[in-house]
Design a protein around this ligand. Structure first.
Ligand SMILES: CC(C)(COP(=O)(O)OP(=O)(O)OC[C@H]1O[C@@H](n2cnc3c(N)ncnc32)[C@H](O)[C@@H]1OP(=O)(O)O)[C@@H](O)C(=O)NCCC(=O)NCCS
Length: 149
């Protein structure tokens, strides 16, 4: 069966936190996931499940015709299998369906795997934010993809 993308809810908090802590040096706290998991906010979190197991997630933000890929991650034991690309492609398709015209994201300057993933999905560099990240401190690259025909 093809991997399934499903919207996460508050019952998924533990799964999401365990993935988050395995993937990032500066993980989001439970509070930061609260609005995305409880609904009713602009943030939405989707889990990618393969054979019933969560292999990754993507968190997006939609406001009017602008979207943002806030975070994407794949379980360390499941990388280079195409799940990251699947998460980004499905998130973009979902945003397009919802009328989003431009999608933005920020990524650590040194994160070559994520940069390759985003460039492959059609994002281009539009700017930098100095010392944007902590643990460790690092600049962010700002990228954009247009979903207009
Ligand atoms: C970035 C990340 C999501 C990629 O997930 P993944 O499932 O391994 O990616 P995929 O297998 O779908 O790869 C898609 C493309 O991404 C690029 N890529 C992924 N991992 C890469 C690596 N280690 N080195 C170079 N390019 C890489 C490649 O272009 C790849 O295409 P290809 O396989 O045709 O060469 C994953 O490495 C991850 O979770 N990293 C930690 C969290 C993170 O940094 N998230 C992004 C910042 S928000």
């Amino acid at each position: 069966m093809a991997p399934l993308l499903r919207k996460a809810d508050s019952g998924d908090l533990e799964t999401v936190l365990s993935l988050e802590n395995a993937c990032f040096t500066d993980p989001w706290t439970p509070g930061m996931f609260k609005s995305a998991l409880e609904g009713g906010s602009f943030e939405e979190l989707y889990l990618l499940e393969d054979e019933g197991k969560c292999v990754g997630y993507v968190c997006i933000y939609i406001f009017d015709d602008e979207g943002e890929v806030m975070s994407v991650c794949v379980h360390p034991g499941k990388r280079r299998l195409g799940y990251g690309k699947m998460l980004v492609d499905r998130a973009l398709a979902l945003m397009k369906e919802r009328g989003v015209k431009d999608v933005f994201l920020e990524v650590r300057k040194s994160n070559s795997s994520a940069l390759a993933l985003y460039c492959g999905a059609g994002f281009t560099l539009i700017g930098e934010r100095k010392k944007y990240y902590r643990h460790p401190t690092e600049d962010a690259l700002v990228m954009k993809k247009s979903l207009k025909e």
